[in-house]
Ligand binder design. Structure first.
Ligand code: HEC
Ligand code: HEC
Ligand code: HEC
Length: 349
């Protein structure tokens, strides 16, 4: 025991000495003195090392889906471009005065950036800087869409970016289309004003988990929600797609697993519930996966009803619906989106 004592005393002394420097106010945090001091080096290195450590071992999904890249582009234009610049132009003036300054990602992203690191940064943000975290931590698919977009952004011509991010339109229309017919976001024209208003309120309260829509709805007033819902909610009728398993579950449910017929709530008789007929297939798949995996946590004023209909219980290890059933349901209800992706490729035939 005795032989260890000098080390213990030394270690305690060292910790105290290290604590005295910041406690005595000796470190320099003045933004006015520009970027590079010893504290900046210290924090920058800590941030980089922390991101490397925490993102190690993350499984990276397929990032080639043109619809995902397009959703990423829409969100980037709405939230990120002001600070980081985009193919359409430099960041806004205020961004240059932030310390640390937001890197110009058009240049920065051409350096070596493992996808998992970019994902971690975008999902969690960076403390002590202006870099925000993703508005919801529940789901990762939106963040991966952003990573997919960032990996191709630097090489993207301005005209292509303008098309993907909907620059020729404004506000909601840039993602949902001029008449709510759909774009990078789902179509709205098939829904009722009441359902759209409920959804917007849930996003505004952050109780429905979508980082993109939380950002888009956070500053809407009650009056705007009413106006937008009345404008987009047109209850447009659409035709069913493929028959088969999807049609069967839609009309009869899955009796042996006690899952009710989807149409008993999503048919045309219940305008306060969302309509599925004619909605984009990839959106339906995502929403079903969210309910399947997170149940009521997915959010929405009536999420409880949907979670109960699917019989999602908190202790379930796998969701009630299989991947094949989800695909079949989306195939029955959904339309194939006419998405033009990067380099003119279409999302689906
Ligand atoms: C209010 C300004 C601001 C906004 C908005 C913003 N960022 Fe950042 N971002 C920053 C700052 C500042 C840094 C640098 C932080 C540092 O170096 O400690 C940064 C860093 C990053 C990095 C790390 C770059 C690298 O080379 O390590 C990525 C990636 C990034 N941001 C992506 C995004 C995305 C995607 C969005 C939109 C969802 C976004 N940012 C929104 C300010 C912003
Ligand atoms: C940057 C693109 C973008 C903008 C701008 C945007 N949205 Fe969205 N919106 C989306 C995406 C993506 C989703 C799907 C969210 C999800 O995956 O949960 C969505 C979902 C929605 C939904 C839910 C639809 C449903 O069937 O439940 C409504 C309602 C909606 N948006 C309305 C609006 C309105 C109104 C505005 C304007 C204030 C707006 N959005 C602006 C991209 C956008
Ligand atoms: C008992 C009624 C009920 C049944 C049965 C039901 N749902 Fe739902 N579902 C809802 C409600 C209510 C919501 C809206 C939740 C919210 O956002 O408030 C919803 C939401 C959804 C959504 C998201 C729609 C959007 O626009 O965001 C999808 C997709 C969906 N349900 C698919 C299905 C499928 C497929 C089935 C059949 C396997 C089914 N539902 C059965 C009540 C039901």
């Amino acid at each position: 025991m005795r032989t260890y004592r000098p080390y213990i005393v030394g270690a305690i002394g060292g910790v105290l000495a290290a604590a005295i420097v910041p406690l005595a106010g000796l470190l320099d945090f003045d933004a006015s003195r520009g970027q590079w001091g010893i504290t900046d080096w210290f924090f920058n290195t800590s941030v980089q090392q922390s991101i490397t450590l925490r993102s190690a071992g993350l499984a990276v999904p397929d990032l080639d889906d043109p619809a995902g890249i397009r959703r990423g582009a829409g969100h980037y234009e709405m939230v990120c471009a002001a600070c980081h610049g985009s193919p359409a132009g430099p960041p806004e003036q205020f961004a240059d005065d932030l310390v640390p300054a937001p890197p110009r990602l058009m240049e920065q992203m051409t350096n070596w950036h493992p996808d998992a690191r970019v994902f971690w940064t975008v999902k969690h943000g960076i403390k002590r800087s202006a870099m925000p975290a993703w508005p919801t931590q529940m789901r990762d698919d939106e963040v991966w869409d952003m990573v997919a977009f960032l990996t191709v952004m630097a090489a993207m011509p301005a005209t292509e970016y303008a098309e993907l991010a909907g620059l020729e339109r404004e506000g909601c229309a840039s993602c949902h289309g001029e008449a709510g017919e759909g774009g990078s976001g789902p179509r709205l024209d098939i829904q009722s004003p009441g359902y759209i208003a409920d959804a917007l309120e849930a996003f505004r309260q952050r109780t429905r988990a979508s980082g993109t829509m939380i950002a888009a709805a956070s500053r809407l007033s009650d009056g705007q929600i009413e106006e937008l819902s009345a404008y987009y909610g047109k209850l447009v009728d659409a035709e069913a797609g493929e028959g088969g398993l999807g049609a069967q579950i839609a009309m009869r449910g899955i009796p042996e697993r006690d899952i009710a017929a989807c149409d008993s709530c999503h048919g045309s008789g219940r305008p306060e519930f969302p309509r599925l007929m004619g909605q984009d297939r990839d959106y339906l798949v995502t929403q079903l996966e969210l309910f399947n995996e997170h149940g009521v946590e997915r959010g929405g004023h009536h999420a409880q009803i949907m979670a109960q209909a699917l019989r999602v219980l908190p202790q379930m290890e796998v969701g009630p619906l299989s991947e094949a059933e989800i695909e079949a349901l989306a195939g029955y209800y959904g339309r194939v989106p006419r998405v033009t992706g990067p380099h003119g490729s279409t999302g689906s035939p």
